[in-house]
Design a protein around this ligand. Structure first.
Ligand code: FAD
Length: 405
């Protein structure tokens, strides 16, 4: 009998979890597994804010895909997916011949969503991948270097605007407030000239988080110099900075750096391939399959599942992407063997921890509120756990975070 072709698109948390679990479950002769990813490395998206601020080297954030896949069972293709042809069961790639699949897993992750705000795409940075994070770090450093050498000082060069006080925005600010004093020392810049401004359209920082913990986070960041502009919407981004409005008052904030951290969507490949989707996210069936396409699984940030308790979609997280990868691998094994029953996906949320730099954090874990050192240590345990689940103790030893404070 012909071996089924399993094609997995994307080597992020969802895709790699699917592949590393599936390679343990099935034998070489049971299926052909192909993994496609833009780069030959995986990056920890949840650490990108550290690389963007320059508090963690970008090499620490990524590792070779070859280190975690079993190459006797999985063929890796480094390429960019352009489109999925659902009728023909084919994946179109930029530089290789189309791939044909019997079962497909779409795990192409997130992209920045600018909601049509003028100028954001052109003039703001976003923490979307390793190279985008490196660009932010380099850009901020360049602003400090230029300021220190220019004769007519332009203080706005040293203004950094972060758009969004959600999870990514706050974690980035937490790193930035630690990095800026270092930059000031390195480039002989007076710290009083630097402004770090966070602009958030919602009426609160970290919407949905426990209010006491939010207050803790805001106090920590304000003490380290962050100015919060809450209930304030970014109307436009320009080469000079941003234009914001609050209660019909319009204000221009001149800034050398604008980082947009207020929105993500699923991959554009989802829209271009004709899936029924909302902002690149497919509302999957209980077994993680795209409606009307029983041979196509969607996991991670490209999948949308509804939390029945709140009747709202679960936020896209690495935690959910990895759990989905595990269930997806089990379901693929059932289909490949034609034995057993498909397992429905139920998120098992253990909690959320939001870092405020390398030595502080806030979170709710197993229903308990934590903050400060305890939360910060917990964050590193979570980071190391993600490495362990995909690459075992060897990967933890290579890339893990052991300096707990
Ligand atoms: P990703 O991890 O984004 O992986 C997608 C992969 O597909 C990447 O390797 C990418 O290169 C590849 N790819 C994309 N397009 C193509 C293409 N066309 N062709 C080929 N390859 C392609 N979540 C948490 O649970 N906890 C946190 O603390 C947390 N912190 C975060 C901090 C930051 C700064 C950010 C940005 C996100 C954070 N998240 C966190 C969210 C989390 O990172 C995402 O939910 C998670 O990465 C989604 O996993 P995924 O497998 O869907 O996609």
């Amino acid at each position: 009998m012909k071996k089924p072709n399993v094609v997995v698109l994307g080597a992020g948390y969802g895709g790699l979890m699917t592949v590393t679990r599936l390679q343990k479950m099935i034998g070489v002769n049971e299926a052909s597994i192909t993994l496609v990813n833009k780069h030959d490395y995986h990056y920890e998206s949840t650490w990108l804010h550290e690389a963007a601020a320059g508090t963690l080297h970008h090499e620490r954030v990524r590792y070779a895909i070859a280190d975690v896949i079993d190459q006797s069972k999985v063929k890796f293709i480094q390429d960019t997916v352009e489109k999925i042809n659902l009728e023909e069961k084919q994946v179109l790639l930029q530089n290789h011949e189309p791939l044909t699949y019997d079962y497909l897993v779409v795990a192409l992750g997130f992209e920045s969503e600018t909601f049509g705000i003028k100028g954001l795409k052109e003039y703001a940075f976003s923490i979307a991948n390793v190279n985008a994070a490196r660009q932010i770090r380099e850009h901020i450093e360049y602003q400090f270097a230029t300021y220190s050498t220019e004769e007519e000082k332009r203080d706005e060069r040293l203004t950094i605007v972060v758009g969004g006080a959600g999870f990514t925005g706050i974690e980035f600010l937490g790193e930035l407030v630690n990095r800026v004093p270092e930059l000031c020392r390195e480039y002989d810049v007076d710290p009083n000239r630097v402004r770090i401004i966070c602009v958030e359209a919602a009426p609160t920082v970290l919407p949905g988080f426990d209010p006491e913990l939010v207050e803790y986070a805001v106090n920590v960041l304000e003490k380290k110099g962050v100015e919060f502009k809450i209930g304030t919407a970014i109307k436009e981004c320009t080469p000079e900075g941003i234009i914001v409005s609050k209660d019909d008052q319009v204000e221009e904030i001149k800034a050398g750096t604008v980082v947009w951290a207020a929105g993500v969507r699923g991959s554009r490949v989802i829209d271009e391939s004709g899936f029924e989707a909302m902002r690149g996210r497919v509302k999957v069936d209980p077994f993680l399959r795209a409606p009307g396409h029983e041979d196509v699984f969607v996991v991670g940030d490209c999948a949308l599942i509804i939390n029945e308790e709140t009747n709202r979609p679960y936020p896209p997280t690495a935690q959910i992407a990895m759990q989905q990868g595990e269930v997806c691998a089990k379901n693929l094994a059932v289909l490949i063997r034609g034995q057993g029953e498909l397992q429905p996906f139920k998120p098992d949320l253990k909690g959320t921890v939001c870092s405020l730099g390398h030595d502080d954090a806030i979170g709710v874990v197993f229903g308990k509120k934590i903050w400060g050192t305890k939360a910060s240590v917990m964050k590193k345990v979570i980071d190391n756990r993600a490495l362990y689940l995909i690459g075992g103790p060897t990967l933890v030893a290579k890339k893990g975070k052991f300096k707990l404070l």
